[in-house]
Every structure is written in C-alpha cells, then in structure tokens.
Design a protein around this ligand. Sequence first.
Ligand SMILES: [Zn+2]
Length: 180
Amino acid sequence: MQGIHYRTYPAWHFFVMSTEKAKISLVTEKDEYWMGIALEQARMAASLDEVPVGACVVSDEDDLLAAASNRTIIDNDPTAHAEVLAIRAAAERLGNYRLTGTTLYTTIEPCAMCAGTLVNARVRRLVFGAPDERYGAVVTHFGLCDSPLLNHRLEITAGVLLEDCRSLMKDFFRKKRLAT
Ligand SMILES: [Zn+2]
C-alpha cells in the first residue's frame, strides 16, 4: 500500500486513494509528543497576537534541534513563518544548510513558501496537524512536498493532534472577528 498516512481526516480519503507517489509514513508514538512542542509554540504565537502556528525540528535521534512560532507581525517579516524560523535555527545549530535526517512538525499544513523551504532543506519527513484549506501547499494544493517535478520528496504524515491544532486557529480568528 502506498499513500500519505492520514489519521483522523476521512474527507481526505479520496486524495489518499488517488496518490501513489508519496512514501508511506505512519504516525509514531513520538509524533504526538513532538506535536505537543509545536503546539506550545503556536500558543505562544497566539499570546503575541500572531497567527497561531508553531513548529519544531527533531533529528532522527530524537534530539529537539529547534522550535519556533510565527513572528511575521512582530518582526515585520513576511517570511517569518514558524516553519522557516525553525528550519533556519536547526540549520544554524547543525552547521549545515541541509537537514537530512530530520523531521519537521508543524501545527498547520505548510504554505507554498514553507513547503518549498522544506524541499530545499532536504528535510526527510513532514508531520502536520490540521490542513489549511486556503494556503496549504502539501496536500490541499500543489503537492509541493512530494512532487515528481522537484528533486526531493518528503515523507508526509497528516492529522496528528488535528483538533488541538485546528481549534487554536479557529479560536484565534473568531476573537479577531469579534474584535473588529
Ligand atoms: Zn508558511
């Protein structure tokens, strides 16, 4: 059997059945732990009034290399998404611009910029929580992380702590709407 492993999102079933190019990647027991670290970062972003997305990079030896939250508003930097910041910090820590042998955990499906960064960084595996119907560039649109047109493909796992990741976003934007 081939396909991206989906844990709790039956609506993606059709997509799973239609893709044959992705590597199998099962949810491991550790995935929820590391997603919890990413969620802490997402909550920190919310407390700073940033869109609540958090990410962390973990080595295949289970070392936490970096964790980051969205900082686009605070830093006046449209590239300061949690995933990009976590990848930058992990690369600096490793002293290597390639992050082979690592997994990136992020609470929300990466956008086109972040998905492209993951490919360029040669990250081995991507684990995300909730899909992003608008900007998601991994399974919702584009398929950038396992495209046969690109020179690197990631293993992809989706749906880890999905409800926690999604409810943070929903609560954040609901409060924003109420405030305007
Ligand atoms: Zn992004």
